[in-house]
Design a protein around this ligand. Sequence first.
Ligand code: ADP
Length: 391
Amino acid sequence: MLVVNAGSSSVKYELLDPHTGASQAKGLVERIGLSDGVARHTVGGRTHEQVLDVPDHAAALQLATRAFQEHGPTLADVDLLVVGHRVVHGGAEFADPTLITPEVIATVERLVPLAPLHNPGNLAGIAATQEAFPDVPQVAVFDTAFHQGMPEAAATYAVPRQWREEHRVRRYGFHGTSHAYVSRRAADLLGRPLEEVRSIVLHLGNGASAAAVDGGHSVDTSMGMTPLEGLVMGTRPGDLDPGVAGHLGRVAGLSTEEVERALAKESGLLGLTGSADFRQVMARRADGDPAAVLAFEVVVHRLLRYVGAFAAVLGGLDALVFTAGVGENNVELRAAVLQRLAGFGVLLDAPANAAADGETLITTADSRVAGYVIPTAEEWEIARQAAALVS
Ligand code: ADP
């Protein structure tokens, strides 16, 4: 199974064994359309890298297929079962993995206004992959799909009817493959049927979102119509009074585009500290940098607001799970969140948290809620859903 995750200027790919999920090779082509593109292909523990201009997504896919030919495994020999594509925005149209047809491509194109930075790259990746593997079924797995069953009360913004009906202004949510996979693993680790488990998943990477999952179904999530809402992220602010945009237009003369760019690329950790990378923020915090100290507090405060809100939405909580780059690796952040929840019977197991490696229970046996670190596996989840559809 080949998984393709085509972003605006990069293509990530991974070849997975359909039976075990084991990664057989993976790669990344970056800086598409810019100068000095970089192509990396990792197989058997070795990474092969080249620096060269990559004009477009088709060229990126050609580099990937050539890397398979040169460094293995040869795609002609592996008998490709399916290509699974990560597609960011499926609007309200797609609630399930979908076999890619010309109609599906047309619908994803129609959804470009909802995700102008993401869907075009996804479409370019699909076109290039169809050309490279015309005989292999291709499946779109949407970031938004897992949240499409959210209750209307959670998906609805209280805005004029015309905005909602004509312009599709509603909450869609993202990171769905990660939230689906991680919430399922949490139920497995608890040893209880998925249908009975209420969990909150904190997917904390460069982009970050929380999801409330009840019995395997997303019932609320922190990202909304776009991936800007909710938690504090690397370069995005998360929740913000919508009045701020108009205020900046009036007092600073900023255009809509300028406000949007600042909210997508210059806010979050970057806006608070000058660095979008959580590791660097933690290093500066350890040195006593007041901006980094405050940024950490802001991140934790926002997380607590969502944990509290989602616990109430779920009417109780069985598992609280940390995943993605920051969630899987940052001991202090997990400790700060869990310690503040002690009054609700959530009891941090500090040594387990400090030593967490892979799937780890980080609360004590008498904790009312089980806290976990569960590494996400978006590629595996995309491949699994795509393969399930074609078989
Ligand atoms: P993406 O959303 O790009 O997939 P990732 O899930 O890879 O992001 O997460 C990237 C973030 O994880 C970065 O902010 C990075 O600093 C952070 N991160 C990675 N490793 C660590 C670590 N050991 N400690 C703290 N943060 C980390």
